[in-house]
Write a protein that binds this ligand. Sequence first.
Ligand SMILES: [Zn+2]
Length: 98
Amino acid sequence: MTKRILIGTNTPEEKLCPRCGSKMRVGKTWKEKMAMFDGGTRIVTYSEKVCSNKECQDEFDKQRRLETKKLKEAKKKRDELANARKEKIAKKSKKSSK
Ligand SMILES: [Zn+2]
């Protein structure tokens, strides 16, 4: 006997905004190709939930843009540091290898 477990596929999803309590709605959906472990690809559908309260959503978008910017800058800094370290090591190994 096999038991089938359905993981909430047909529960109507009515999410409330954690920020202002308004209803969330699906903002946009898009499809992306995802590489599978077996070498093939699969199309995955993504959907983004946005707040029905425009002001709240605008604020959220603004925050997200800031976060993305911060992340990008942090990554750039990390890369720069990593490069500097690599150069240092390269210089060092040049010195020591006469
Ligand atoms: Zn909201």
